[in-house]
Write a protein that binds this ligand. Structure first.
Ligand code: PLP
Length: 490
């Protein structure tokens, strides 16, 4: 990417002067000036903009004015803001087609079906590509046992070439399915055998397949509010009509779901550790949910994404094990417990549905990499997997403690952490709810801090401002440094 010459700030200033006759707040004028520069190609794709601090100083405006302008440009797709790396003109923007406009254009294109239009207009799922304070849900990659993994990888690569070079089992390597079924029965209380396990590349793929096979257009789906965006995109993309159901300190308000839409076809829940509020779904609510699913022939999608990490109490078993009526589709991933680049996850379905899911999966991408599945199967069977889980549980617990202490020391009264009995991140509310988490996240991005916004995870108008802050991947010194930098910003 190019580095924007300092003189371009001067050009922005000129544009701002030109714009002077038009009405609007100062931040709107800065926004318009930059947008105009992008649309007439004064600023080109990949150009780096000055930091909000520099822009504010150069234009003699306040930092929050500059930040508001950048935030709007980012929201509309003109800018891409990489944490720590600065703000860049988006790839689509200089051709006069900024991302949102092109999304909307794509959405309006006669080339796309109604469903295609819906999918294109939602935007994609974005995951952090680098580890930094306080990206959420990132494992401690430096603590991964690379040595045994490499040995297993080398062994399979050397000896079983014909097995891993060919097309593989569409349901997943039997040895890996065995290992997963055994792990789920012993550690998560899931009642299943290997024949019900389907190995996939991600939980996201599991949600997509569920949407594909279980939903018709307009079918109502309960989603936790606030909740996981990946589930929203998968089910909306599948044509569902989303019903946001509030979460309180016992998890999903099943009574509210029943009031809002008792005829929902499916409910998506993260019961072990609600994403993003961190609460555990109470036993009473689990039973209520199962009873609702039984009575209305609905499905429960249980996403158990980071249940391995619980610190202060015994883990609660999966809903799957409580359900006598086969209404639960259980989703798990190795992205959190091992590493996300592995791209292996699984879905457990009732026996009579296995064949439909495997068929649908074969239509999407065939199967996951046989080599990686073989390595993972041995990694689990040889005991490395459980040993790693235990080590990471201790490591993340210690990091959670440091994170909480540092917040208490430097941010008390400004940031309020919610339940953090498990997982890899904790949602923290802004004590002053009049502050915008969007604006603060933008300012933090300028100094290299990633603050995933809580308000983005609400679908309704009643949002809370805060951040979903990850700590699991951060060394103690990085946690301390990050919290101090944040204290200066807040
Ligand atoms: C609730 C939840 N489910 C699933 C995932 C991701 O899993 P995968 O990488 O397998 O799609 C995440 C990642 O942040 C998550 O927060």
């Amino acid at each position: 990417m190019n580095t924007l010459p300092r003189t371009v700030t001067g050009a922005l200033l000129t544009l701002l002067e030109r714009d002077g006759v038009l009405p609007g707040t100062l931040s709107t004028r800065v926004y318009r000036a930059i947008r105009a520069a992008i649309l007439d190609s004064t600023l080109k794709a990949g150009d780096r903009l000055p930091s909000t601090r520099t822009l504010a100083a150069d234009l003699s405006i306040s930092r929050s004015t500059a930040e508001a302008a950048y935030a709007q440009l980012e929201d509309e797709g003109y800018l891409t803001r990489g944490v720590g790396s600065g703000s860049y003109v988006s790839a689509d923007a200089s051709a006069g087609r900024h991302a949102r406009k092109s999304r909307l254009n794509a959405a309006a294109s006669p080339a796309l079906s109604k469903r295609g239009t819906q999918i294109a207009s939602m935007g994609g799922c974005v995951d952090a590509r680098v580890v930094r304070a306080f990206s959420a849900g990132m494992p401690a990659l430096e603590s991964f046992p690379v040595e045994p993994w490499q040995k297993l990888l080398a062994r399979h690569a050397r000896h079983d070439a014909s097995r891993w070079m060919m097309y593989g089992d569409q349901q997943g390597l039997p040895a890996l399915r065995e290992a997963i079924a055994q792990y789920l029965s012993l550690s998560r209380g899931v009642h299943c055998d290997a024949s019900q396990v389907i190995v996939l590349t991600s939980s996201q793929q599991a949600l997509g397949l569920i949407a594909m096979l279980m939903l018709d257009d307009g079918d109502p789906v309960w989603l936790e509010e606030p909740g996981y965006r990946g589930a929203q995109t998968a089910f909306s993309g599948g044509g569902a009509s989303i019903v946001p159901v509030p979460v309180d300190n016992e998890g999903l308000r099943v009574d509210e779901g029943l009031r809002l839409q008792p005829r929902a076809r499916l409910a998506y829940v993260t019961p072990s550790h609600q994403y993003p509020l961190g609460v555990t779904l109470s036993l009473a609510r689990r039973l209520q949910l199962i009873e609702w699913a039984r009575q209305s022939n609905a499905w429960i999608v249980e996403d158990d994404y980071d249940s391995e990490f619980h610190y202060d109490s015994r883990p609660v078993s999966a809903i799957h094990g409580l359900d006598q009526h086969e209404r639960v589709l259980y989703v798990g991933t190795f992205s959190k417990v091992l590493f996300p680049g592995l791209r292996l996850a699984y879905l457990v379905v009732p026996r009579q549905m296995v064949s439909a899911f495997v068929t649908a999966r074969s239509q999407v991408d065939g199967h996951a990499s046989p080599l990686m599945q073989a390595v993972l199967a041995d990694f689990m069977q040889d005991g490395h997997f459980m040993a790693h889980v235990r080590r990471m549980r201790e490591l993340y617990r210690a990091r959670r403690d440091i994170f909480m202490e540092e917040i208490d020391r430097h941010l008390r009264g400004r940031l309020v952490p919610l339940a953090a009995q498990g997982g890899m991140q904790t949602s923290c509310l802004l004590a002053d709810q009049r502050l915008s988490d969007q604006r603060l996240a933008g300012i933090a991005a300028d100094v290299g801090i990633d603050l995933p916004r809580l308000s983005r995870l609400y679908l309704g108008a009643d949002k809370r401002n805060g951040f979903v802050m990850g700590y699991s991947a951060l060394a103690p010194a990085d946690i301390r440094e990050g919290i101090r930098a944040l204290a200066r910003i807040l």
